[in-house]
Design a protein around this ligand. Sequence first.
Ligand SMILES: [Zn+2]
Length: 413
Amino acid sequence: MSFSKVADKIGSYRNEIIELERSLVAIPALSPDYDALPEHTGEVRKVEFLKKYLKKHGIENLEEINAPDSRVPEGYRPNLIARIKGQSNERTVWVMAHTDVVPPGDMSKWNSDPWELKVDGDVLYARGVEDNHQGLVAGVMAARAFVETGTVPPYDLAILFVADEECGSDYGIQYVLKNGNPFKPEDIIIIPDGGSPDGSEIEVAEKSIAWAKFTLEGKQCHASMPDHGINAMRAGANLIVKMDKMLHEEFADRDPVFNPPESTFEPTKKNSNVGAVNIIPGDDVFYFDCRILPKYNLEKIISRMTDVAGEIEREFNVKCTLSFDQKEEAAPPTSEDAPVVGLLKSAVKEVYGIEGKPVGIGGGTVAAYLRREGLPCVVWSKMEETMHAPNENANVNNILGDAKVIAHLALSR
Ligand SMILES: [Zn+2]
């Protein structure tokens, strides 16, 4: 009964969604880590706007947890909790969304202004419309529908707006967890910041991440006299082939929860070396992006990488240094039997008519910070996955549907 009342209300919010998206994309909120223009570091202005918006729509229980950061004009990065009181405060249903966005990237690839909403039928275009306004707006619309239908959910419903998600979360969820952590282990936590086009994928686990940097040092010389130097690029090329083979052979197990089901070890970035064809490069620097199934111990893999690097050092008479731009052991997965998974499956079934399935991904979501604190949570949304791309877009119908899923969760007992 109350679900259809709340869901019908949400169904009437089409224009409200478009107008809220329009206001949000017009406030560029980039991390100062991007060397952004001061007028583009707008997390605080965005949250000030949201506070006014929420109050105007009867959502008045607001709590701020601000992280000091002298690099932005206001001197802090904003985190905000908006709460609707339930019949009981034994647990809270949380929606966590981030206010920051990534830069537009190559402007010539955009068909419209990234900081101005373009509406084409059901599809909205601008930087941030999907990542993470889709989840943010869905949470806000669900909360509004409770207020505007006078429905009191069985438990509290809270939206946590966090800063700094795109650049490491030091001033966002990590700060919130260290400064008055508002979560309880029995809470239902959903992070609508990732998903799949049909809405079936419920992310419960991540792989470990290692961004390995290999620095090879030989000796530069003229290419006509290779004996006078040591070619670091030849050593590097051999290292890539040998490393690739070892990693794939020795760490080959599969786990069907993950997509892809195996660990991935990909040579990716390559620094430029010499400026002319006739120079033997004395240095060679390149990277592997590794996403490793949680069953493997990261240090064990790194020790095998070091062995292979040592073999190349001896074979080619170079020095090889292995370092890591990022090294993150996987957080303990959220159990497939955790209440949040079951409740979300029922909600997805009710709203979208499909079966949700727990999945593992390649890593790098903020869910890991919560899981390490013993807080089960899932990353879920029905989305096209255009985040970070030019012409980022989101479908209004997905935002409407996701808001209904959130309302369903909030009404679950
Ligand atoms: Zn995001």
